[in-house]
Ligand binder design. Structure first.
Ligand SMILES: C[S@@+](CC[C@H](N)C(=O)[O-])C[C@H]1O[C@@H](n2cnc3c(N)ncnc32)[C@H](O)[C@@H]1O
Length: 267
């Protein structure tokens, strides 16, 4: 895992939220938010909350008295998330590394994390941290992407972007789709003392209303754009004007099948 793969900064948060959010995050967000709300948790922690796509849906589903804390490694992602809430709506936003959670033991009834675990450099440590901050019999809800095979948009993004740099293809799109084997994930959860683990494989089929916007999001809305820029500058021996980056996002016949996995463990 390179630090570059976790660098959701600069213009990435806005591009992510606009280009990728409505296509690949919002539907799974509705599902995980519904599961968390149904658990009856009143003290909820979200880790790797990003631009607040799940946070927004969850706040709408939780009772007003429930306390929601939303965290992410990258403050610029949380800045976009904040804009989704009206004054008076309770959400505590706080930057936090999911592998070193700045919270006392047993302070939350539920922790959730949508499509974030793949980016954590030490996943086992993150599971132990989540277990530590959960009350006994608390719940951890998290999701990971299935492989490229089941998510053609990820495979195509990886292959098309790599085609521009055959000698040194950017590897970013291996990261989100590279942590999907259920048994090793279950083993890691059990090592962190989670019990009663449930796994669901969810598939979403949807039409992409604005393919150009989605393709743009796949390039500009993730840290892959930094890997592209770095290689382009290196190849040219200088950095070109920002206009040239537009070419990369021109077209993506991304397919419309999207598949993720969700795991639920009891602390
Ligand atoms: C694909 S986004 C998912 C964001 C959000 N959960 C959603 O569903 O839209 C991955 C997020 O993981 C965050 N992240 C990466 N490494 C992290 C870490 N070590 N601790 C906390 N968040 C991290 C990134 O900043 C990014 O916001």
């Amino acid at each position: 895992m390179t630090a570059q793969a976790t660098s959701f900064m600069g213009t990435v948060p806005d591009e992510y939220d606009r280009g990728l959010g409505p296509v690949i995050f919002v539907d799974f967000g509705a599902d995980i938010a519904r599961r968390v709300a149904a658990s009856g948790a009143m003290r909820v922690l979200e880790i790797a909350a990003g631009t607040g796509i799940v946070t927004r849906q969850l706040r709408d589903l939780l009772p007003t008295a429930a306390h929601l804390t939303a965290t992410d490694l990258n403050p610029p992602m949380l800045e976009v998330a904040r804009t989704k809430f009206r004054p008076g709506e309770q959400v505590d936003f706080q930057p936090a590394d999911a592998t070193v959670l700045p919270f006392p033991d047993a302070g939350f009834d539920a922790v959730l994390c949508q499509f974030g675990v793949m980016f954590f450099p030490d996943k086992e440590k993150s599971y132990r941290e989540v277990h530590r901050v959960l009350v006994p019999r608390g719940h951890y809800f998290f999701s990971v992407w299935d492989s490229h095979r089941h998510n053609p948009f990820g495979r195509l993004a990886h292959e098309i972007i790599g085609g521009f740099f055959p000698a040194d293809p950017p590897q970013f799109y291996q990261v989100p789709f590279g942590y999907h084997l259920i048994d090793p994930i279950k083993d890691s959860l059990m090592d962190a003392e989670f019990t009663d683990i449930e796994v669901a494989v969810l598939g979403v089929e949807k039409n992409i209303p604005d393919v150009a916007s989605f393709a743009r999001g796949l390039v500009y809305g993730s840290p892959v754009i930094d890997q592209i820029r770095e290689r382009h500058c290196r190849n040219l021996g200088r950095c070109p004007s920002p206009r040239i980056w537009r070419r990369s996002g021109a077209n993506a016949d991304a397919g419309n099948h999207i598949q993720g996995e969700e795991a639920l463990g009891y602390g």
